[in-house]
Design a protein around this ligand. Structure first.
Ligand code: DGL
Length: 259
């Protein structure tokens, strides 16, 4: 079955990267809305219209399911897309429950884009988990721009993260939840700054497990490299230069996967 992964940019590759490892017998389409990235600092109306256009394109590609590999787009648009289309649609959920189940009574720093942090969805999740006193929320929107420029561990990235993390006493925290798919690229830089006990959690495994259940897919160790067609805002990526760019992100994700 062909499965589409959609993100504002290259963050969704971190979700696809996980899917390629555990669902090697499927075929994938990856759609990065490179014309409109970043989403996280724009209005909800604007993001909804971008997602709507992407879904129009993807549903015309004969795909069996769509993974919204973007927390921001999930927060804004997953519900209206499910109302509009009948194919399985899987969104992202910040791994707050996983963090609190693994490390009860410790606080969690949930990082995401501004839209996600202001959105109702994340606050409903925190209420449902009765976790208000264990959760701190922090928007790290600038990381999206750094990631799109392939700037992962420069002095500027480090300075930005040091400033953003400065207000917290991490002795009381167990982990950082990566609530934006672009943030997976920065685990090594974050690790350098944070105390050694801090863990990193993302929603990628939860999303792919849910996709497999919903679309009845089998986990496996089959072919090493499942085929992927890449699109930037609806344009097929064919140039060797751009394919090499995407390959570079995937190789970085190989490294980040181990942290
Ligand atoms: N990758 C997206 C997410 O998971 C958002 C990045 C953006 O701001 O465009 O939230």
């Amino acid at each position: 079955m062909k499965i589409a992964f959609f993100d504002s940019g290259i963050g969704g590759l971190s979700v696809l990267h996980h899917a390629m490892k555990i669902l090697p017998n499927e075929e994938f389409i990856f759609f990065a809305d490179e014309d409109n990235v970043p989403y996280g600092v724009k209005s909800r109306e604007q993001v909804l219209s971008y997602v709507d256009a992407a879904f129009k394109f993807l549903t015309a590609q004969n795909v069996g399911a769509i993974v919204v590999a973007c927390n921001t787009a999930t927060s804004v648009a997953v519900r209206p897309m499910r109302e509009k289309y009948s194919l399985p649609i899987v969104g992202m959920e910040p791994a707050i429950k996983v963090a609190l189940d693994l490390y009860p009574k410790k606080k969690v720093l949930v990082t995401a884009t501004e839209i996600t942090i202001r959105g109702e969805k994340i606050h409903n999740l925190i209420d449902r988990l009765n976790a208000k006193k264990f959760v701190e929320l922090r928007a790290l929107s600038k990381l999206v721009e750094f990631a799109e420029r392939q700037e992962f561990n420069s002095a500027d990235v480090e300075k930005y993260l040091r400033e953003e993390f400065a207000p917290y006493d991490f002795e009381n925290f167990s982990s950082v939840v990566l609530g934006c798919t672009h943030f997976n690229y920065f685990k090594d830089t974050m690790k350098k700054i944070l105390p050694a006990h801090m863990k990193f959690l993302d929603g990628n495994a939860g999303t792919i497990n849910y996709l497999a259940r919903l679309a009845n897919l089998k986990f496996g160790e089959g072919k090493k490299n499942p085929p992927v067609e890449y699109f930037y805002s609806g344009r097929r990526v064919t140039s060797s230069e751009e394919l090499a760019r995407l390959e570079k992100y995937l190789r970085r994700l190989d490294e980040m996967y181990l942290i």
